[in-house]
Ligand binder design. Structure first.
Ligand SMILES: NC(=O)c1ccc[n+]([C@@H]2O[C@H](COP(=O)([O-])OP(=O)(O)OC[C@H]3O[C@@H](n4cnc5c(N)ncnc54)[C@H](O)[C@@H]3O)[C@@H](O)[C@H]2O)c1
Length: 331
């Protein structure tokens, strides 16, 4: 897929040093953008992984510092903003609810308050989360939702509402992508990280793979390249009034099966064990309805869970020395 309108574009990626941000920045460079400003406080991402390219400028700062943010953004005229900076994720928000509000709400509103005066802006893409569906089984964008399981789910949803408010009242051209469990290169293991990088690292080291729950729970694991494709389709589309689009693949995988695939591809001797689910984790099955994204944006995820895990494990093994030297960085 070529994204012609990104050619020579000036782009801001908040949270660009993080897992998804890093993958997005690499794809934007391939799309021949002229400039990328990465704004990140490196609390859960690392600029050290960003590619070496003169078009990238790294700005290390907290997104909720309105005055400094205003100063930084007003030095540029951005065509596209991808807002990925976030306090990640559910358990972290349970442990640190105030930081979650600061980054996920105050940070998002600060950014939108400043951008409402930037008439050059073609699109503001907000990285929302499937957790906004809460316990709703129907994971369709039109479903009535009432997320209240964790501060993260409440705040990611609230930020979505703000993107709609700024679109409707100030004509900031926004849309949101509800991201389902995404995995791939550049995501390191860590206390608050997703299950896949944690299992890969443990499997490589022959440590126990401890599943929270019965293992029969399912998730819509999405390879990061497919998600990035959706974000760019959204950015280059005519949708600009706060519309919501589901990420995901429309397929579900049992957690136990995912663990077994990781074990097989790492040729690991790790034992798979089980412990009780976390008290906020009430969703047994999570699968995206991707029909709206397919119809309105032409989204067609291509990567199966086997293929995506193989690619991720390959990256992890090839970069293991670097990954190991950074271990415990975020703990
Ligand atoms: N990875 C997933 O499965 C997933 C699922 C649903 C939603 N999302 C959303 O996608 C986005 C990217 O997620 P990710 O997996 O790349 O996470 P990540 O933690 O790797 O990236 C987030 C980045 O934001 C930065 N950041 C955090 N607080 C900040 C602050 N106050 N100021 C500036 N920078 C700050 C971090 O340092 C990090 O680099 C997030 O908005 C997240 O909520 C991700």
């Amino acid at each position: 897929m070529s994204f012609e309108s990104l050619k020579n574009a000036r782009v801001l990626v908040t949270g660009g040093a993080g897992f998804i941000g890093n993958n997005l920045v690499r794809k934007l460079l391939q799309c021949e953008v002229s400039q990328i400003v990465v704004l990140d406080n490196q609390s859960s991402g690392m600029a050290v992984f960003l590619p070496n390219d003169v078009r990238i400028t790294f700005v290390g700062m907290d997104i909720d510092r309105y005055d400094k943010l205003n100063f930084v953004i007003n030095q540029h005229e951005f065509d596209y903003v991808f807002h990925l900076a976030a306090h990640f994720a559910n358990q972290n928000s349970v442990d640190h609810p105030f930081s979650d509000i600061q980054t996920n709400i105050v940070g998002t509103v600060s950014l939108l308050e400043i951008l409402k005066f930037h008439k050059s802006l073609k699109k503001f893409v907000y990285a929302s989360s499937s957790c906004v569906y809460g316990t709703t089984e129907n994971m369709n964008e039109e479903a009535y939702i009432y997320p209240s399981e964790t501060p993260y789910s409440i705040n990611k949803y609230t930020a979505e509402l703000y993107t709609q408010y700024y679109a409707h009242l100030f004509h900031v051209p926004t849309l949101s992508i509800r991201i389902f469990n995404t995995y791939g290169p550049y995501e390191l293991a860590g206390k608050y990280r997703n299950v896949i990088p944690n299992f890969i690292e443990k499997a490589i080291n022959g440590e126990e793979l401890s599943i929270t729950g019965t293992g029969k729970e399912t998730r819509d694991f999405t390879y990061v390249e497919d998600l990035i494709e959706l974000m760019l389709l959204g950015a280059c589309s005519d949708h600009h009034e706060g519309e919501i689009f589901n990420g995901g693949t429309g397929a579900k995988t049992e957690i136990l099966k995912m663990a077994e695939i990781i074990k097989a591809h790492t040729e690991s001797v790790s034992q798979i064990t089980f412990k009780p689910a976390r008290n906020w984790d009430k969703v047994k099955d999570r699968m995206s309805d991707t029909s709206k994204s397919a119809k309105a944006l032409g989204y067609a995820p291509k990567t199966s869970i086997e293929e995506g895990l193989q690619k991720t494990i390959k990256w992890y093994k090839e970069n293991y020395d670097k990954v190991k030297s950074l271990k415990n960085y975020f703990e």
